[in-house]
Ligand binder design. Structure first.
Ligand SMILES: Nc1nc2c(c(=O)[nH]1)N[C@H]1C(S)=C(S)[C@@H](COP(=O)(O)O)O[C@H]1N2
Ligand SMILES: [Mo]
Length: 231
């Protein structure tokens, strides 16, 4: 994890969290207009408090690890019957899905209708066979980032580990060779440069979850920040 640079990024994002919480206290909740377009889950395509961005911003801790497909590996481990490490070739041999979904960053921008190609998390879980007691996952990335989510959220059909976006190879700045996407949750739940997924019986907060972001991050509930951390 880089020091100075990521510290400044974290400080700026925590200031934004405070501004957002102060404003939300003044305004109450943001209502969704009844004529807004809806997504495949029957929810507003642009969640409350979000603004559509035509360009896809790059947002991370400032370090873009250069992992080529020869060295990239994905390790599935923790509470599962069949811990395994996949090479790029192994990964390419799994069923490849195309999907179009939206991308919501907690800092209030949303990108709509990104065309993805990759492997469903669900298919990876089928390989690893999580134990019945496994209820959470923790995703690890090559830049040292981590993020946790409930296993049942990760198992939703549009949660993918993608290697292509908008018909092109996923660029390094957006998390190539492989990143996760979680369209139903804020985008910080999708690790760029993903390196490992650990199945857990007990929840374990990731990078932003330890720094005052909410544990679940449901954009339609504006579940952005945890309120009990005092930050
Ligand atoms: N490895 C890693 N993954 C990450 C991050 C990060 O810093 N490192 N930032 C998260 C955040 S806060 C967002 S909004 C999205 C941004 O993805 P993008 O840069 O492709 O827009 O990546 C998420 N995944
Ligand atoms: Mo984000």
């Amino acid at each position: 994890m880089p020091d100075g640079k990521s510290d400044r990024i974290v400080a700026a994002r925590l200031r934004q969290k405070e501004r957002h919480q102060a404003k939300a206290q003044q305004n109450g909740s943001t209502a969704v207009r009844s004529d807004t377009p809806i997504n495949r889950h029957g929810k507003a395509k642009v969640p409350p408090g979000q603004t559509q961005s035509k360009k896809w911003p790059v947002l991370d801790l400032g370090e873009h690890p250069a992992i080529d497909t020869d060295t990239w590996k994905l390790t599935l481990g923790g509470s599962c019957e069949n811990p395994t490490t996949l090479s790029w070739l192994d990964f390419q041999q799994l069923p490849q899905m195309n999907d179009v979904s939206d991308f919501h960053c907690v800092t209030t921008w949303s990108c709509l209708d990104i065309a993805w190609r990759g492997v469903r998390f669900r298919d990876l879980a089928e390989l690893a066979k999580p134990h019945g007691k496994a209820r959470y996952i923790l995703c690890h990335a090559y830049d040292g980032y981590t993020t946790n989510l409930p296993l049942h959220e990760a198992l939703k059909e549009d949660v993918l580990l993608v290697h292509s976006a908008q018909g092109d190879v996923l660029s390094v700045e957006h998390g190539g060779p492989v990143r996760m996407i979680t369209p139903q949750l804020y985008a910080w739940k999708g690790a760029k440069w993903i390196s490992a997924i650990t199945f857990l019986e007990d929840d374990s907060p990731g990078y932003w979850e330890q720094r005052g972001y909410s544990n679940l991050g449901d954009p339609w509930q504006e579940d952005r920040y945890s309120s009990d951390d005092g930050a």
